[in-house]
Each structure stands twice: as C-alpha cells, then as structure tokens.
Write a protein that binds this ligand. Structure first.
Ligand SMILES: NC(=O)c1ccc[n+]([C@@H]2O[C@H](COP(=O)([O-])OP(=O)(O)OC[C@H]3O[C@@H](n4cnc5c(N)ncnc54)[C@H](O)[C@@H]3O)[C@@H](O)[C@H]2O)c1
Length: 271
C-alpha cells in the first residue's frame, strides 16, 4: 500500500513473536507506511521467537521487557525515546497469556495464582505501560495507543477461561485511561476486538479450529486476518482517526452484530 500514512511517527510495538503474530504484521505495515519504532517482547519470548529477523527487516532496535515489570517498562520507554530521537506517537499492546488456558485448567478448577498472572500479563500490563508513558511524559500530543481484545470480554466462549476476565479488564482500562490521557494530552486510547486468528496465542485456546470455522460462518465478510488487523491499526495510529478514543472497536467481519447467518442455517440444515 505504502501511502506514507505514518511518516515521521515514532512508537513502540509489543508482542511480535513470530511471523503469525498480529504485532509482527503490524510492524511490517507501519514500516511500509513510514513509521519508526522499537520492538519489544518478554525476555523469554526473545529466545523462542525470531524478533531479530523482523527488527532487521524494519531497521528497528529490540529492547526486551516483561510487560508486568514496571522497572522493565521504565527502561523500555526512556530508551525508546532516546533511540527514536523524540517523544512517541503510537504504542501497540499486543500481549496475552493465561497459564490456566495454557495448562488446560477447567474454569471450575482455576489456579488463582495463575489467574492473577493472566490478569497482570494480559490486562494490568496495559495500565502499567500507560502509567509509565505518562510519568515520563513520553507521548506526543494527539498520540494513539491501541491494545488488542477479543469478544469473549462480552460473551462466553468455552475454553477462553480467565482470559475473558482479562479482556473485560483490558477494555475497561482503555476507557478509564483514555479519559485521563485525552484530558491531559489529547492522547487517544482504544482496544481493537479482533476475529479469531491463527497465532501462537490463538491456537492455545481449546477447540480453536471450531472457533475459526464458527466465526467465519457467522461473519458476512468472513474472519478478519492478521494482515487486515495490521492495516486497521495503522489507520488508528494515523492522523485520520484523531477524535476516536475510549472505544472497543470491532474488527471482526460483522460477527458481533450477526444474530444468525444463512451460512450457519445451511450448515445446520445440511446435517
Ligand atoms: N489470535 C487470536 O485469535 C486473537 C483474537 C483477538 C485478540 N487477540 C489478541 O491479540 C494479541 C496478540 O496475540 P497474537 O494472537 O498475535 O498471538 P502471539 O502469541 O503472537 O502474541 C502474544 C504475545 O504476548 C507476548 N507476551 C506474553 N507474555 C508477555 C509478557 N509478560 N511481557 C511481554 N510480552 C508478553 C508473547 O511473547 C507474544 O509475543 C493478544 O492480546 C491476543 O489476546 C488474539
């Protein structure tokens, strides 16, 4: 596409693990659109993933940070401003992990320490990122901050477990911090609620193939791909969306407003 939509803009991208990651695709689009950024991920993910390949492709630096550690975030933000040569215009929080989901714990047998971890990694970290940005006055006026959510924040899905609570909290943090940051600095804060997508985090959820198939048949446009999500994020980081804040933006091919579709009816009747 390359329209220089993000020319001159600087930011931080959390969560690019491998080429399937939504954050990976987003980094490629932002790079194409002229934006500059620092890439970050948890120190352990650095060893498992291939973030250095992406950094080379995008001419970016990589700074490890556990998003639950305020100390790591302070270092990340101050170093990013220094490396990029000025305050930031965009931040993508593309982070999710539940030990209960990963270890197959049923919802009636949750490990509560793990649940705290799920909430800390997948939701509270978003607050920590924004509080760190605010304390360091690291965002430019009219900057844009996005986190990725899922419709399990509003509706139940088997096996999504305590991630449903994490996403509900994430969306709530976006509203509360959006109100604060908008008033303080005209910075906008939103979540994008993405279709099920085949990534490392997505495929950790039990029955994920069925999630994908059901959502595809319930969405007039089909499931939104990671690439389509990356394009949407780029628009949300651009100056064309300056007045959008405190929203949970559905990026799901129409899934969230479909009660029933002909495709699903046909599938059931064919059985
Ligand atoms: N894949 C889907 O179906 C789907 C749908 C809707 C929303 N989302 C959300 O999109 C976001 C990105 O997920 P993805 O699907 O690209 O999968 P992914 O596995 O590629 O990305 C998840 C990232 O979170 C990072 N992470 C985990 N713990 C961390 C920590 N303590 N500190 C810093 N980073 C940490 C991982 O290293 C990984 O890079 C998540 O918030 C996810 O919940 C995914």
């Amino acid at each position: 596409m390359a329209n220089n939509l993000l020319k001159g803009k600087r930011g931080i991208i959390f969560g690019a693990l491998d080429e399937n990651s939504i954050a990976w695709k987003t980094a490629q689009v932002i790079h194409e659109e002229g934006g500059a950024f620092v890439l970050t991920n948890a120190p352990i993910a650095m060893r498992l993933g291939k973030i250095d390949e992406l950094a080379e492709e995008c001419g970016s630096k990589v700074i490890p940070a556990d998003a639950t550690s305020v100390k790591d975030l302070e270092n990340l933000v101050s170093q990013s401003v220094e490396i990029l040569g000025g305050k930031l215009d965009f931040v993508l929080h593309s982070i999710g992990m539940s030990p209960n989901v990963r270890k197959g714990k049923s919802y009636g047998d949750l490990n509560y320490e793990w649940m705290q971890k799920s909430l800390d990694i997948s939701a509270i970290s978003f607050h920590k990122v924004m509080q760190t940005l605010e304390k360091q006055d690291a965002m430019n006026e009219w900057g844009s901050i996005i986190a990725l959510s899922y419709i399990a924040a509003q509706r139940t899905y088997p096996d999504y477990s305590d991630m449903a609570q994490a996403k509900a909290m994430l969306e709530s943090i976006a509203r509360s911090y959006g109100e604060r940051y908008g008033t303080l600095k005209n910075v906008r804060v939103n979540t994008i609620s993405q279709s099920p997508t085949m990534t490392r985090a997505g495929s950790g959820v039990g029955g994920f193939d069925a999630f994908l198939e059901f959502a595809k048949n319930m969405s007039p446009l089909g499931n939104a791909s990671a690439e389509a999500c990356a394009n949407y994020i780029a628009v949300m980081f651009s100056d064309f969306t300056r007045m959008v804040t405190m929203q949970n933006l559905m990026h799901d091919g129409g899934f969230s407003n479909s009660g029933m579709t002909q495709k699903v009816i046909d599938k059931i009747l064919l059985k």
